[in-house]
Design a protein around this ligand. Structure first.
Ligand code: LMR
Length: 398
């Protein structure tokens, strides 16, 4: 049966993580995967999460099945966080939200539903994008094309080319957009550019699928949801996949959601019924723990305030690491200017390092980065930053 089965290539991000874990060097540094670690190099267990878990343990709740679409209090908290509590869409019942297994799970439910709805639609992802976007939509059966996004010369968005590409797309084309903290570049559209994108999407009847995995890591919780809210205000039928892996530091709990903006309450009911069909035939219903913890935090004012404070601490620490990295690279005499790293937002920096530089960092110094040159700034700390800056300088200058 398996004699012709080929060995699949390693995943560019999770595969790298496996290689990192197997590396025996005690000085190794993992700047590959998008995971936030604190100044001790550990994944934090947020105090808000600990409090919510303590309360849940004490309540000793039975472990029944969740409904197919997940916890109601969770889904409504997700809607408020993404669209704003005062959004008229909430009052009008125009958002269908289902709990999902992380942001990836949300993308997959949306992709499977869209494939049933419009099997011949093309999917367009930014160039570059998170590697799994292309793979996931291809696996769902779509043809995936890419639209220009990043200009390596200007270290900024090539907006004119993006607009030109969008203007060639047929109605129904699904455009994948990073709502904030673009992965991998860290370079986002400006508010004015977002407005133009919303206009083109509406005019050309494209289907926007927003991925928001880093809400709170860019400028702030509200500010980072601005793009989602622009699509909502324009009343465009949109898909939004959100993740709490990073913002609650709950990576392994797989907590996310898919929200779909519909045109009426009746449409919401029908869309929801189809999303539930996809979920039931994929994994039946979601796990309880992560969703219950996030719902408890978002719905209890004291826990919510604590979480917001912890999230802003993470964001501030990343920003200070960006500044430190730029300063150290200058101090060690790196042969190029890294000031652009200070302009990028979120967990990543598209560093401009080549695949060869990345390879040398790994083999000579035990420093892991994605081969595209993406480094996770959120994994830098006061203990490893000297080593990293020295190593980058060395691979660039020699
Ligand atoms: C990343 O981009 O590193 C994260 O989103 C983790 C993942 O699943 O790839």
């Amino acid at each position: 049966l398996f004699s012709t089965v080929e060995l699949a290539p390693n995943d560019p991000i999770l595969g790298l993580n496996e290689t990192f874990n197997a590396d025996p060097r005690p000085t190794k540094v993992n700047l590959g995967i998008g995971v936030y670690t604190n100044d001790d190099g550990r994944i934090p267990l947020l105090r808000a999460v600990r409090e919510a878990e303590k309360a849940r343990l004490e309540a000793a709740v039975p472990r029944g099945y969740l409904p197919i679409d997940g916890i109601t209090a969770y889904n409504s908290a997700v809607q408020k966080l993404l669209f704003g509590a005062a959004s008229p869409l909430l009052a009008q019942g125009r958002i269908a939200t289902v709990q999902a297994l992380g942001g990836t799970g949300a993308l997959k439910i949306g992709a499977d539903f869209l494939r049933r709805l419009n099997p011949s639609a093309k999917v367009a992802v930014s160039n570059p994008s998170w590697e799994n976007h292309r793979a996931l939509f291809q696996a769902a059966g779509f043809e995936v094309v890419s639209y220009p996004y990043y200009n390596a010369e200007t270290q900024d968005v090539d907006f004119t080319s993006l607009v030109n590409a969008f203007n060639t797309y047929a109605p129904g084309t699904i455009v994948i957009l990073h709502a904030c903290c673009h992965n991998p570049t860290g370079v986002d559209l400006t508010p004015e550019q977002w407005q133009q994108v919303v206009h083109i999407v509406k005019e050309r009847q494209l289907v926007p699928f927003l991925d928001i995995a880093y809400q709170g890591f860019g400028v702030g919780i509200e500010e980072d949801a601005a793009a989602v809210r622009l699509f909502a205000e324009a009343g465009i039928n949109s898909f939004i996949a959100n993740s709490f892996s990073k913002s609650f530091s709950l990576y392994g709990e797989r907590v996310g959601a898919l929200s779909v903006i519909t045109s009426s309450e009746a449409e919401t009911l029908r869309v929801l019924s189809q999303l539930k069909l996809v979920i039931r035939t994929t994994y039946s219903n979601p796990p309880t723990h992560g969703g219950a913890i996030v719902a408890a935090i978002l719905n209890k004012p004291e826990l919510r305030a604590l979480w917001e404070q912890e999230l802003s601490e993470m964001r501030e620490r990343i920003l200070s690491m960006r500044g430190n990295l730029v300063a150290k690279l200058k101090q060690y005499g790196a042969n190029r200017d890294f000031e652009f790293v200070n302009r990028q937002r979120g967990m990543f920096s598209y560093s401009g390092l080549s695949a060869q530089h990345v390879e040398r960092l790994r083999t000579e110094f035990g420093i892991y980065a994605v081969s595209t040159g993406r480094i996770c700034v959120a994994a830098l700390n006061t203990r490893n930053i000297e080593t990293v800056a020295q190593a980058i300088t060395q691979v660039l200058n020699t």
